[in-house]
Design a protein around this ligand. Structure first.
Ligand SMILES: Cc1ncc(COP(=O)(O)O)c(C=O)c1O
Length: 389
């Protein structure tokens, strides 16, 4: 059997994640490996935790760390520590990852109340108020940035309602952290997790997570690996729990340094601007985004596939002709949308212009009527007006 080669050329990652990893973060991973209890390693981990706290905008008495594992590990850690047999959890389900959250809560013994929202729309906070009035809950759980639909959910407003009803607030910020504001202290959130491979721009493999003091007091985990108490005893108490991956810690720390060098405000503005530039280009080409304006993510653009166009053929064309990856729809949206991610260093005007020209060619190859240069011209105009505004 022949040995499949490692990639030698950068794939242009404009899918739902992972996002491109910049060279400085790749270089950080090449530093010599330290062991998991080496004093130098622990100092780097302290620095990582402090930086995570700032990116999460965590309260002073909150606790942030990066658990080993992908975004799903963050989800499982939040649930494992706060949900036990009989815990009442209201889960807002507005897409594929809300479904996963509801499933995980059930697996940990929760009595799950679902608040289903049509895929492609954000939840109305008043629906949450009504649902809690009808069936009180201990926890409200929701996805901030629903990657399957491109929708941004109003976490701040829902968290206020959760608090008024005495609930803890558990939030999935996998596709928002580092790109959209996630204000754990200001919004008074209790357990918030994310991933490293999207807005933060590192490879996948760790899940940043932040607990409020209130949630930390209540934390009790049946899972050994995700036990907050044991992980705090490792990260802060220097007591062995597991053999953390040094290259991943270096990568995430470097990614957080890059975030702070850019500043969170500038990073949010960049993600917003590029989303608008892409939307202008797509609109000029006669393409529509699934969520209505005002409910759209900056990180993930759910683009409706026009009638008569073969969704998979377009993705294949972009991959083969442009070395560029975009994502397919999940669940009921399979075949109906493309998911175009602009996250981390992938949120760039050059990549948008390249993607739009590739998409235009792919669509024209299928007989879709669009004049050459329409999308890139509109995106270029939007870029000039947004940059000078
Ligand atoms: C909103 C959301 N939650 C959870 C996950 C799971 O993350 P991972 O695939 O890193 O385990 C994803 C992955 O894309 C996601 O988009």
């Amino acid at each position: 059997m022949s040995t499949p080669p490692l990639p030698d050329v950068e794939r242009l990652l404009l899918g739902p994640g992972p996002s491109p990893v910049s060279p400085r973060i790749m270089r950080a991973m090449a530093a010599p490996v330290l062991s998991h209890l080496d004093p130098d390693m622990l100092r780097i981990m302290d620095d990582l935790r402090a930086r995570l706290g700032r990116v999460f905008m965590a309260p002073a008495d909150g606790y942030s760390l990066a658990v080993s594992g992908t975004g799903s590990a963050g989800m499982e850690m939040a649930v494992a520590n706060l949900v036990r047999e009989g815990t009442h959890v209201l889960v807002i389900v507005s897409g594929y990852f809300g479904e996963r959250l509801a499933d995980l809560c059930s697996r940990y013994g929760a009595l799950v109340g679902r608040l289903d929202v049509p895929w492609g729309r954000a939840v109305d906070p008043e629906m949450v108020r009504r649902a809690l009035k009808q069936t009180p809950a201990d926890i409200v759980a929701m996805v901030h940035a629903e990657t399957s639909t491109g929708v941004l959910n109003p976490v701040e407003a829902v968290a206020q309602i959760a608090r008024e009803n005495g609930c803890l607030m558990l939030v999935d910020a996998v596709t928002s952290l580092g790109a959209h504001p996630v204000d754990v202290a200001g919004w008074q959130l209790d357990a918030v997790y994310s991933c490293t491979q999207k807005g933060l721009g590192a490879p996948s493999g760790m899940a940043p997570i932040c607990f409020s003091a209130r949630a930390k007091e209540r934390a009790k985990s049946r899972s050994f690996y995700f036990d907050l108490g044991l992980l705090e005893a490792y990260w802060s108490g220097r007591k062995y729990h597991h053999t953390i991956s040094a290259p991943l810690v270096y990568a995430v720390r470097e990614a957080l340094v890059a975030v702070e060098e850019e500043t969170l405000e500038a990073r949010f503005a960049r993600h917003r601007r590029h989303h608008m530039v892409l939307a202008a280009g797509l609109g000029a080409m006669g393409l529509e985004l699934l969520p209505p304006e005002g409910e759209r993510l900056w990180t993930l653009n759910a683009v409706c596939v026009p009638d008569g166009v073969d969704e998979a053929a377009v993705r294949k064309y972009l991959l083969q002709q442009f070395n560029l990856e975009i994502g397919a729809g999940l669940g009921p949206l399979a075949g109906r949308i493309w998911r175009v991610g602009l996250m981390g260093s992938g949120s760039s005007s050059q990549l948008i212009l390249l993607f739009l020209s590739g998409l235009e060619r792919a669509l024209r190859a299928q007989g879709f009527a669009v004049s050459p240069g329409t999308g890139t011209a509109a995106a270029g105009d939007a870029l000039s007006s947004l940059t000078t505004a």
